[in-house]
Design a protein around this ligand. Structure first.
Ligand code: PHE
Length: 343
């Protein structure tokens, strides 16, 4: 390497190095430039290797010049690196920016459960008729679930309802009729109330579940009769199932009503093709029940009914197996979207 040409040669490499750094538009390109000039086989390293061919007199000056070029290039490289890192950061800030003006993503709105749809419709109808809507306890004691409702102790009528007893001696209410007692303890007649809610029985097959819903109805007033009961049930069924629905009462037995009746509904989904379906129980409030609530049965009479909500949902929506109501299959539940008629 002739010293005469060295300066020109260094100047050329300096220019090329500066051009390479300027041309590096990202960190990868910069790294390539670094290898090209400072790498083991890079242009500046090659220069240093060439020192061996110089005379001892020439060597120190040439070495110093080359080192200066080396340090200069390295400094420029770091400067360029800092610049590119800034650019990279600015680019990411821009690209990864959250645009808060974008419209939001809709959350997946579910639908009311068929059980809720039925309860809502019943609650809406009865509140329009002036009934109170009362929510009552599901963990109950023997008095409210049985005794005050005129179930004598150890009477076989208690077996009608296969009750879940808790270790504490309390129980899971087997019907919403407990609400009758609580309500009459706290309200003086005339009164009218419905009590929708969960009830529990030791039952499980295609038509029974260990937990299901009932709607209790109770009206106490002067001269309330079976006719009022029949009209009320009829109105409820027509509201829920259409004008062809009708109610038939069949003699039955409940300790808390006298007389008692099984409530059948005429259901005619297609004209000419109807059938009677059992929907619940009803009757005139037994005098002992009124007495337990300090209501004088000589002065007041009342009717009560209890309807199975899942049963109504199955009939209304054509659900063949009660268990489908509680499997939480989203494809099943989606079918009830938009069905609520209550504003
Ligand atoms: N509690 C009764 C049952 O669960 C239904 C009923 C309620 C009957 C009110 C008469 C009056 O079977």
């Amino acid at each position: 390497m002739p010293t005469a040409g060295l300066e020109d040669h260094l100047a050329e490499i300096r220019r090329e190095g500066e051009a390479a750094l300027a041309a590096a538009v990202d960190l990868r390109a910069l790294e390539e430039a670094r290898v090209r000039f400072l790498g083991r086989k890079g242009r500046i390293k090659e220069l240093l290797k060439g020192l061996g061919s110089l005379t001892p007199e020439e060597r120190p000056k040439a070495g110093a010049e080359i080192n200066r070029l080396h340090d200069e290039f390295e400094a420029n490289l770091e400067k360029r690196r800092a610049e590119l890192e800034q650019l990279e950061l600015a680019r990411r800030l821009c690209e990864e920016r959250v645009d808060i003006t974008l419209p939001g993503r809709d959350s997946d709105v579910g639908s009311l459960h068929p059980t809720s749809l039925i309860i809502d419709e019943i609650a809406s109808l009865f509140s329009r008729m002036g009934y109170d809507i009362h929510d009552d306890r599901e963990i109950e004691n023997d008095y409210y679930n049985f005794e005050a409702l005129n179930f004598p102790a150890d009477h076989p009528a208690r077996d009608m309802q296969d009750t879940f007893f808790l270790e504490s001696g309390l129980l899971l209410r087997s019907h919403t009729s407990n609400g009758q007692i609580h309500y009459m303890e706290n309200h003086k007649p005339p009164l009218a109330v419905i009590v929708p809610g969960r009830v529990y029985r030791r039952d499980s097959d295609p038509t029974h579940l260990p937990m299901f819903h009932q709607v209790e109805g109770l009206m106490v007033g002067k001269g309330i009769s079976m006719a009022n009961l029949k009209w009320t049930l009829d109105t409820m069924m027509k509201t829920l199932f259409g004008p062809t629905a009708a109610v038939r009462l069949r003699p039955s037995f409940f300790p808390f009503t006298e007389p008692s009746a099984e409530v059948d509904m005429w259901f005619e989904p297609t004209p000419g093709k109807g059938r009677w379906l059992e929907m619940g129980g009803a009757g005139m409030v037994h005098p002992n029940v009124l007495l337990a609530c300090r209501i004088d049965p000589e002065e007041w009479t009342g009717f009560a009914f209890g309807m199975g909500v899942e049963r109504m949902a199955m009939v209304k929506y054509g659900v063949p197996d009660i268990r489908m109501l509680y499997e939480n299959d989203i494809r099943f539940l989606r079918q009830f979207r938009g069905l609520s008629r209550i504003p």
